[in-house]
Design a protein around this ligand. Structure first.
Ligand SMILES: Nc1nc2c(c(=O)[nH]1)N[C@H]1C(S)=C(S)[C@@H](COP(=O)(O)O)O[C@H]1N2
Ligand SMILES: [Mo]
Length: 250
């Protein structure tokens, strides 16, 4: 959680008023105390994620024989075709915006630098069907901790490589609290094999606590922002811009 400076200072003020003047003066004259107050607030993503209700996890026997695909056609660009042909050589997931250390991650780095998280969870589409699959990848909060989220960041935007027939790109967003959920994954494997093209290769978001449209496929870029008002039509996602709810908790 964030250290609320104003609340902290009001305690100091109240302490002064209530007569513990010596303590308050001592704190006021303490250089370290001021440094703590002025330090950039540190966002502890693991703490933010802890205690949130978890989606149910299933056993290997529950995995659906076919994880059906839904949504737009896979990206149709020559670049995407080339990456797919080359085993994703040259592809990188950019993480940028309100972060301390913007960077691009190739797949090998994601597979080796971070702990591999696996979950067998149910995917619920708003259209009324569900499938169970095993997703493995990097915990989103681990990735965000690696780039360092700046205090002003409020939302995590997921930019995809695919677009609708009009050429409008798919995108989605989560609040920082939702992004810190321990089951929110940047998935590189489905059922112990690289995510197939139909399901969002090479990387997709998987948030089992929310409806399927939140789990953006074909990730290109993750962007930390203070507001999503200037993206798309300003509602926080492709389907949200068509009238779907931004909050899609199950
Ligand atoms: N980039 C992108 N992500 C997307 C979609 C899409 O069309 N493009 N469709 C969404 C919807 S509505 C669902 S139900 C799931 C489908 O995931 P699947 O194809 O792996 O079943 O992806 C979601 N993420
Ligand atoms: Mo969906």
């Amino acid at each position: 959680m964030r250290l609320d400076r104003r609340a902290f200072l009001s305690v100091v003020t109240a302490t002064t008023l209530s007569g513990c003047a010596r303590l308050a003066t001592a704190l006021n004259n303490n250089e370290t105390f001021h440094k703590v107050l002025l330090a950039p607030e540190r966002l502890d993503l693991a703490l933010l994620g802890a205690g949130q209700p978890l989606a149910q996890e299933y056993g290997p026997q529950d995995i659906s024989p076919n994880f059906r695909a839904n949504g737009f056609d896979p990206p149709s660009t020559a670049q995407y075709a080339q990456w797919a042909k080359d085993g994703w050589r040259g592809y990188g997931l950019q993480v940028e915006g309100l972060v301390e250390r913007p960077r691009s991650y190739d797949l090998a780095t994601l597979r080796t630098k971070f702990a591999k998280q696996a979950q067998i969870t149910r995917h619920d589409c708003v259209e009324g069907w569900s499938v169970i699959g095993k997703w493995s990848g990097v915990r989103l909060s681990d990735l965000l901790a690696d780039v360092g989220v700046k205090p002003l960041a409020q939302y995590v935007i997921f930019h995809s490589l695919d677009s609708d027939v009009m050429g409008i790109p798919y995108y989605e967003s989560l609040s920082l609290v939702q992004a810190a959920h321990p089951q929110a994954l940047i998935a590189y494997d489905l059922n112990d094999a690289p995510v197939p093209i139909k399901n969002g290769a090479p990387l997709r978001l998987k948030v089992p606590t929310q409806l399927g449209y939140k789990s953006a496929k074909y990730l290109k870029r993750i962007e930390l922002v203070a507001s999503f008002a200037s993206l798309g039509s300003g509602n926080g996602g492709y389907w949200e811009d068509q009238g779907y709810e931004w909050y899609a908790g199950i």
